[in-house]
Design a protein around this ligand. Structure first.
Ligand code: C2E
Ligand code: MG
Ligand code: MG
Length: 581
């Protein structure tokens, strides 16, 4: 150790309140590294903590310039500022990255003070420093947590907002245009519900990677939450640049995904807003991209839409429709209802007889006219209105079944569509028992249709409810089969009686070999599990013949009849007494 070779004598007569022996010990035992250099900035002394931190022994550095410690990462301006401060104020303090003897670099907190002689000339520099990598790592980790989405490692909403605000300031200053794309995955909920959150999470990670790879490093990709992502292109020539990138994203996201043993498929719906045309603050741009995204969803998914001011009118219309729906449901009465059930025959393939009728809800609103169930049922589900509406459907279906019996039409079963929320509502069993009793019906007179994805949600609860319904003697069908990701192995455990092949497979059964193969396999496997197979959406004789050859048990579709109002069904059935089951 230098200086001195030996600890100085224990003298106290040099004017210092502490002896130099005490100072020496403080210097030597300090946890902070201490380095002393002379007026020419040659190292003359270092303590033990210095050796521990840097890996250099005293002998290796004495006589050399402290710059041997430098990492080489700091710019010359940094050192200029440091020397400036030392010459003006005799002191400097700050964070600096240095290199250890083993080559590793580390951040340290460094304080330097200048010691001057009587004439004011620099006699020494005294530097002390600590390694701050640990606290720096902790700070970095905190920043990472606060600003990054843990699942995908993309920036989160917080980071996105501040980066967008920054990008907009730059755009304003430099007169540039910017595009904001809001991306929502199309059937993600289905995948998450049927295959579980683990699978959903891994899919999101893969989507995040594809998004990141589809754009430039200077573009911002962030996850806002759930299956919602955002991409900001801070430098575009015009809308066509954004459209090109959106197309690229559509192609990348729509490719197949392998997650574990599952082959999955999802597509993006993309809404785009542009700065400055569609807004100049982050909030407005995001709201407008959101409207455009809804538009993309309505336009059939897997596409992108640019914001147009009239989209706000569409959003307003949605709200108005929702209010109308709420009002229509709250004022349902036997005499006056905007709702009705239309019935569509189900035909036994072998005998060509009508064995069932599916009840399909219709809504005729004074302002909006006929509204498709594809539009108002999801709305009722989102708002919880499906509960009272679904209850009404069950009562009405039972009432109509009673009226069929009064017309002498006996062996035709009525199939009722049930939403996920209804299925899990504790009142369902009591409600059905009450409606059946009220209209003096047997459980065998009705059938419940639940979609494949509903059947896959919360398997334990679902199984227990279906068991109770089945024990009552109610027939159960899985609707839209083939659109979810359920396995027949899982369905085997459910007490179901029928599988309804989704219309989308039937449509292209003659032209698409995949659809034909899916139908063939589903019918064969369904039969092996003792299930009856129903095909939806049969429109042509060729489809009917194809399905008949495969042994499909029951057919439903426009080939036989569209869904009809009750009175027409009675006429239809009475006109063909031979076809009643
Ligand atoms: P879903 O249960 O799969 O009903 C079959 C849909 O296919 C019906 O559409 C029906 O009109 C239509 N369809 C039947 N045959 C053909 C055909 O040959 N060609 C074509 N192109 N379409 C055909 P709809 O009535 O518009 O109902 C759509 C969906 O709304 C239903 O699909 C069901 O999921 C839901 N829905 C309808 N009524 C109710 C209800 O009372 N409660 C619940 N929860 N959902 C309902
Ligand atoms: Mg159905
Ligand atoms: Mg269906």
């Amino acid at each position: 150790m230098m200086p001195p070779e030996n600890p100085p004598p224990n003298d106290t007569d040099d004017g210092f309140p502490l002896s130099s022996a005490v100072l020496w010990r403080a210097y030597e035992q300090s946890h902070e590294a201490v380095l002393v250099s002379d007026g020419a900035n040659r190292i003359i002394a270092v303590n033990e903590a210095f050796t521990r931190l840097t890996g250099y022994s005293a002998a290796e550095v004495i006589g050399r310039n402290p710059s041997i410690l430098a990492s080489g990462n700091a710019a010359p301006e940094f050192y200029n500022a440091m020397w400036e401060s030392l010459s003006q104020y005799d002191t400097w303090e700050g964070e600096i990255w240095d290199r250890r003897k083993d080559g590793s670099i580390y951040p340290k907190w460094l304080c330097i003070s200048v010691v001057r002689d009587d004439r004011g000339l620099v006699s020494n520099y005294v530097a002390n420093f600590t390694d701050i990598s640990a606290s720096k790592q902790a700070a970095d980790r905190l920043a990472q947590l606060a600003y990054h989405d843990v699942l995908t490692h993309l920036p989160n909403r917080l980071a996105f907002e501040s980066q967008l605000a920054h990008a907009l300031r730059v755009c304003e200053r430099e007169g540039r245009q910017l595009a904001l794309m809001l991306i929502d995955l199309d059937n993600f909920k289905n995948i998450n519900d049927t295959l579980g959150h683990h699978t959903g999470d891994e899919l999101l990670q893969q989507v995040a990677r594809r998004l990141r790879e589809s754009v430039r490093a200077s573009d911002l990709v962030a996850r806002l939450g759930g299956d919602e992502f955002v991409v900001v292109l801070p430098e575009i020539e015009g809308p066509q640049t954004a459209a090109r990138v959106a197309n690229k994203i559509q192609v990348a996201v729509a490719e197949n995904y392998w997650v574990g043993e599952h082959l999955l498929y999802t597509t993006p719906s993309i809404g785009i807003s542009l700065y400055p045309g569609d807004g100049s603050d982050p909030g407005l741009l995001l709201r407008n991209a959101d409207s455009a995204m809804y538009h993309a969803k309505n336009a059939g998914r897997n596409n992108h839409q640019f914001y147009a001011s009239r989209m706000n009118e569409a959003a307003g219309e949605r709200l108005q429709l929702e209010n109308e729906l709420r009002h229509a449901i709250s004022t349902i009465s036997p005499e006056n209802s905007q709702f009705s059930l239309h019935l569509q025959p189900q035909i036994d393939t072998a005998t060509e007889r009508v064995v069932g009728l599916e009840a399909l809800l219709r809504w005729k609103n004074p302002t909006f006219g006929m509204v498709s169930p594809l539009r108002f049922i999801p709305m009722a589900e989102e708002t919880g209105l499906i509960q009272p509406l679904g209850d009404w459907v069950i009562w009405e279906a039972c009432r109509l079944t009673r009226r069929l019996r009064e017309h002498g039409i006996n062996d035709v079963r009525l199939a009722i569509n049930i939403s996920a929320q209804q299925l899990r509502h504790e009142n369902l069993l009591l409600l059905i028992q009450g409606a059946l009793a009220c209209y003096e019906l047997n459980p065998r007179d009705i059938e419940l249709e639940i979609t494949e994805s509903t059947a896959m949600q919360n398997p334990e609860i679902t199984l227990s409810i279906l068991d109770q319904l089945s024990a009552m003697g109610i027939m159960l069908a899985i609707d839209d089969f083939g659109t979810g990701y359920s396995s027949l192995a899982y369905l085997k455990h459910l007490p179901i009686n029928r599988l309804k092949l989704d219309r989308s497979f039937v449509t292209d059964i003659e032209t698409d070999v995949n659809d034909a193969a899916i139908c063939t396999a589903t019918i064969a496997m369904g039969h092996s599990l003792g299930l009856e197979l129903v095909a939806e959406g049969v429109e042509t004789e060729a489809q009917r013949d194809f399905l008949a050859r495969l042994g499909c048990d029951v057919l439903q579709g426009y080939l036989y009849s569209k869904p009809m109002p009750f009175e027409d069904v009675v006429v239809y059935l009475k006109a063909h007494p031979e076809i009643i089951g």
